[in-house]
Design a protein around this ligand. Sequence first.
Ligand code: DC
Length: 234
Amino acid sequence: MSKAITITIDGPAGAGKSTTARRVAERLGYVYVDTGAMYRAVTLAALEANTPHTPQAMAALMPDVHITLATDDRGQRTYLNGRDVSDEIRRPDVTGAVSVVSAMPVVRRAMVDIQRTIGANGGVVMDGRDIGSVVFPGAELKIFLVADVAERVRRRLAEAQLRGEQSDEAAIRRQIVERDAYDSSREESPLVKPDGAIEIDTTNLTIDEQVDLIVDRARKYLSAYNLVSPFFKL
Ligand code: DC
């Protein structure tokens, strides 16, 4: 039985976190958790209930918001009060509002509790903005993924195209820049490079290359652990 570690992957929008984290989890046989999807599902709940994006209104809404996650052959599925909202949470209006909603402490506390429960026994690859800094500061392997804005815009455009959506390059660029600024400057759990995180610039890397880099690090960690801790079985 191997010791299952916790791997955190943080970084700005479009740095390749989700695809990389999912593939790393597949390679290691770990569970993949996309925490951005959880904040998106809360945002969808607020939009559907016409809840103003204020801390008071969100505090009143949160007891009625139940987010659960499951995995099938398409990857992580995200449920809002039992309804699969995995596709709806990618809508542009959700993307437009998620930074404001996710900055609220009442929202973050609820999501962080769920994330800590899911990751309590290790064996997870969790991606987000505050996973290595706040959710699992003691994680064995922390990754901070970054990429040039131009490359991140290109990736978001390609994703939108795959979903068959009309997309406007200038609007995507504006949204990425605004979201980066908002996520990095908010008071509660801002996007930062976590202490002890390994920074990987993915601008010129393929997904396979970035996955290999992280899996190699994880394997090195696991075998080093084996060498220095003969009492632990891996
Ligand atoms: O990764 P994403 O684009 O799906 O994330 C959506 C938003 O959720 C992002 O703008 C910031 C927020 N988020 C967060 O605040 N903390 C996380 N751990 C994950 C996402």
